[in-house]
Design a protein around this ligand. Structure first.
Ligand code: ADP
Ligand code: MG
Length: 202
């Protein structure tokens, strides 16, 4: 096995201490771009992830009004081995729901230790930009990660974190509205697995 490259989530996870996340500053808030990344999807993206949705601490939905579907630990290596902690965007699809709910939807994803909550465990959590009628724990979920939005930050207030999450969602939608990104969200026939058709054969 090769050693994980420096600054990837996998590398940081192996250290004895969690990386310290900087506090979100006012300058950061005021200077956030509305679109991120190049106009083409560039390596290491797209990164495909899949797994059954796991139970977490239940904070995302209750505390932040932003539920995040947690991927199983063993499914996130394609991401942790090449990406640093932070907030990412892409598309996700949940299987075993109605046709409408089971479509490919835009998503924002947090990869890291959630500094505001001081988690010990590295998690990959996906907020799907769709109002679901009910929870979907245990359902298979597929995601394609297409770009990086921002680093993991720490917050002095829940409100500031919520504000950044709302900005993340706007940035994700704007960034996904470019042609090269949009094609991953095209779901001509959900029975075919949506963006999964783009997945390179292994
Ligand atoms: P947990 O800590 O268990 O992940 P959350 O408060 O983050 O709890 O809620 C996540 C759960 O909420 C998901 O596993 C899923 O079943 C459900 N859920 C409902 N709507 C969404 C959504 N739009 N995006 C992600 N998960 C959602
Ligand atoms: Mg969650």
């Amino acid at each position: 096995m090769t050693a994980p490259s420096e600054n990837t989530a996998e590398y940081l996870q192996a250290l004895s201490e969690r990386p310290s996340a900087p506090l979100r500053t006012e300058t950061f808030r005021q200077t956030r771009p509305s679109t991120v990344g190049p106009d083409a999807v560039e390596p290491p993206f797209p990164i495909f992830l899949s797994g059954a949705v796991q139970k977490g601490f239940g904070r995302g939905g209750k505390d932040l009004g932003c539920p995040t579907a947690n991927l199983p630990d063993e499914s996130i290596t394609p991401m942790t081995s090449v990406c640093k902690p932070g907030v990412y965007f892409g598309y996700a699809q949940v299987y075993g729901l109605s046709e409408q709910e089971g479509k490919v939807h835009p998503m924002v994803m947090s990869l890291g230790w959630n500094p505001f909550y001081k988690n010990e465990r590295l998690t990959a959590e996906i907020h799907i930009m769709h109002e679901f009628k009910s929870d979907f724990y245990g359902h298979d979920m597929q995601a394609v990660v297409l770009g990086y939005i921002r680093p993991e930050l720490d917050y002095t207030s829940r409100e500031a974190l919520i504000e950044d999450i709302n900005t993340d969602k706007r940035v994700a939608l704007k960034s996904l509205s470019r042609e090269a990104y949009m094609k991953f969200g095209v779901d001509p026939n959900p029975a075919n697995g949506g963006f999964d058709q783009e997945r390179p054969s292994l």
